[in-house]
Design a protein around this ligand. Structure first.
Ligand code: KG4
Ligand code: ZN
Length: 365
């Protein structure tokens, strides 16, 4: 293949409406020509979480503008495109349908091939887009809605080594911030408080640490934190700045310990199967956490294995990752048609049992 390939990607599975244009050049380099994200944070802020109906309506209103914006920024017309890739799940179903309908409309009007993409595959393939990581590699996907360890073997081939059995870590950060009166999203505010706190003053539980598998649990952590908060409030009448910082530091230390211990298990499992050191990559909003990054970096140094953390704008929800996953699928011959359906649940690893139910940000797989 000597031609360039230009892909339009569309993403609308949660609370970000996104479109991006990506081009694979003749020498097989991939360039992001544009990546536009219209966030919806302010629409949901009064409700303490994403409201699916509001999200779906906002996606339906914004998608056309978002696609137009992405194409104008990339200086391309429909005639320059080779493929339309769209998130077909998992996610909040109203939003996913909006994106799929938009992509089908474009494909029907232009005759362009349509490729449906699993949103989680978009996250999981990002290290290939940013750092050309070869298959197979070990991936920690950690966001407000997802948390799993995966072996990425190909664009449609993933093995899940483990994941959360309840809340995702991002949800735990957000709930902790709410319990302590800190602004949303909770991750950055809890991290900022933790920098001035003593992580040893409060020892929070590290659930499932003694289990040999890679599964995690984060819902008990916020309950434990709430109990300590209530005790301080009943004894002293309120929380001091130091109390708040120490609570955040104790909470963050517990999350880091669990993530790093389970990453070590995942690495050991991987190496038992193929005795080679894989690259470990992270993606998802929580991958922005400096303490988690530092913990994983130390682990990778210990195992003399490479660590890849894509830039934050490509770790959080975006359409460049969907365009990229679509490009990889397209090159394997994958094509969808007007029967492409939106899926609320769509596990990456079809053989692993379902771990969890539905969280604040919708169905997790
Ligand atoms: O991937 P993302 O943008 O959206 C989805 O969940 O799909 O992740 C958002 C999550 C939020 O829960 C936010 O609190 C968390 O990522 N987050 C962080 C940090 N920055 C964002 N969590 C911990 N530390 C951070 N620095
Ligand atoms: Zn996501």
């Amino acid at each position: 293949m000597t031609e360039t390939l230009t892909v339009l990607g569309i993403e609308s599975s949660c609370d970000d409406t996104a479109a991006a244009v990506l081009r694979e050049t003749k020498d097989r380099r991939v360039e992001i020509l544009s990546s536009v994200v219209f966030g919806q944070t302010e629409l949901h802020s009064a409700f303490g979480g994403v409201v699916p109906e509001i999200a779906a309506r906002a996606h339906a209103e914004k998608l056309d503008h978002c696609v137009q914006d992405a194409m104008a920024t990339a200086s391309v017309t429909f005639a320059d495109l080779d493929v339309v890739a769209v998130t077909a799940g998992p996610g909040l179903i109203g939003g996913v349908i909006s994106g799929v309908m938009c992509a089908k409309g474009i494909a029907a009007a232009t005759g362009l091939p349509l490729v449906g993409v699993n949103h989680l595959a978009g996250h999981a393939l990002t290290p290939r887009l940013t750092d050309q990581v070869p298959y197979p590699y070990l991936m920690l996907l950690v966001s407000g809605g997802h948390c799993q360890f995966l072996i990425a073997r190909g664009p449609d081939e993933f093995t899940r080594l483990g994941g959360t059995i309840d809340d995702a870590p991002g949800e735990a950060f957000d709930k902790t911030a709410r319990l302590l009166g800190l602004p949303q999203p909770g991750g950055p505010s809890v991290q900022a408080e933790a920098e001035n706190g003593d992580p040893k003053r409060f020892r929070f539980p590290r659930p499932l640490m003694d289990r040999a598998d890679c599964n995690m649990s984060y819902s008990g952590l916020k309950t434990a934190l709430m109990r300590v908060r209530d005790q301080i409030v009943s004894e002293k009448g309120g929380l001091s700045r130091q109390d708040r910082a120490d609570l955040c530091a104790g909470f963050q230390a517990a999350v880091v310990d669990v993530v790093v211990a389970k990453a070590k298990r995942a690495l050991e499992q991987y190496m038992a199967e193929a005795p080679t050191q894989p690259t470990i990559a992270v993606a998802g909003g929580v991958a922005a956490n400096t303490a988690i990054r530092a913990g994983l970096q130390t682990l990778c140094a210990e195992f003399q294995t490479a660590f890849v953390a894509p830039p934050l704008r490509l770790c959080t929800d975006n359409a460049a990752m969907i365009a990229y996953a679509g490009l990889e699928r397209f090159k394997t011959g994958a094509r969808d048609d007007m029967s492409l359906s939106a899926r609320p649940r769509w596990p990456l690893d079809k053989t692993s049992p379902v771990l969890i139910g539905s969280g604040k940000k919708g169905a997790k797989a």
